[in-house]
Design a protein around this ligand. Structure first.
Ligand SMILES: C[S@@+](CC[C@H](N)C(=O)[O-])C[C@H]1O[C@@H](n2cnc3c(N)ncnc32)[C@H](O)[C@@H]1O
Length: 259
């Protein structure tokens, strides 16, 4: 009983935080909710996460029912919808969902959006072909429960895709070394995982493939001399190393799961 109350109160802290601190909001100067705002944040995201369209097939789910857990302002969901998927997004944050609705309107796509907790989803068993959660489990009060719920709502021949942060990665090491905090390090919950911890959290799934991604790219996140050093020196030197050597150090752990 105490554990349930703890989890509920942590979930409320998480909701409060993400209602006030929309992901990447500070990366744009455009007014929230405008077409320019969404275009700029999409540009920012897919410049920073250049790897993402190579490892997530946004156009590959035409006619499939896709659920995004923790969809935020719907940047990825818009891409799935443009690719023809029948999309549903849930999030704990009313503010994020309001913006996701504006995003869908500007993009001219249909999305079903619901205020819901990924650890207690209002969906029938086996109702989605694909479940997607990018950058969510690491910020959630009860990530294990979210994984169980995703396993419950995905169809037997469906798939789930998740991304969490890699504790044993170049970015975590750089942040500790330079004492520069990572984005949203002040969130009420932020857990970075090793590959084996992530694998054990995904245990409800029958098959799991984990691929480390996200290697350094020049970013508008860093300004001044730190920006010069990071964008000018670090990114260049890191990226001449053979990918097979540095692969385990990728900041994002992508997981591809089947029931
Ligand atoms: C870092 S943001 C990521 C948003 C989006 N997936 C993206 O990649 O831009 C984390 C999101 O997860 C949501 N979230 C955290 N815990 C959740 C939960 N238990 N159920 C649903 N959404 C949750 C937050 O409200 C927030 O919008």
């Amino acid at each position: 009983m105490e554990n349930t109350i703890d989890a509920l109160s942590r979930t409320e802290d998480v909701r409060r935080y993400w209602n006030e601190r929309i992901h990447d909001l500070e990366m744009t100067e455009y007014s929230p909710g405008t077409a320019e705002f969404f275009r700029d944040l999409d540009d920012y995201r897919f410049d920073k996460l250049r790897y993402l369209p190579n490892v997530v097939d946004f156009n590959g789910y035409r006619g499939k029912k896709l659920l995004e857990v923790g969809c935020g302002i719907g940047t990825d969901l818009v891409r799935f919808a443009r690719g023809g998927a029948v999309v549903t997004g849930i999030d704990l944050s009313e503010t994020a969902l309001g913006l996701a609705a504006d995003n869908a309107r500007h993009a001219g796509v249909e999305m079903k959006l619901e205020l819901a907790d990924g650890s207690a989803m209002p969906f029938e068993d086996r109702s989605f072909d694909v479940v997607y959660g990018h950058g969510v489990l690491q910020y959630a009060a009860d990530p294990k429960k979210i994984v169980e719920e995703c396993r419950r709502v995905v169809k037997p021949d469906g798939a789930a895709i998740f991304m969490v942060y890699n504790r044993l990665s170049w970015l975590n090491a750089l942040s500790k070394l330079t004492r520069v905090e990572l984005e949203h390090e002040d969130a009420p919950v932020l857990v970075k995982y090793s590959i084996s911890e992530f694998r054990s959290m995904l245990e409800p799934f029958g098959e799991v493939r984990i691929v480390p991604e996200r290697f350094p790219v020049a970013s508008r996140l860093h300004g001044g001399w730190k920006g010069l050093l990071f964008n000018g020196v670090f990114v260049g030197s890191f990226n001449v190393l053979p990918r097979s050597w540095v692969r385990p150090l990728g900041w994002h752990l992508m997981a591809y799961c089947s029931p």
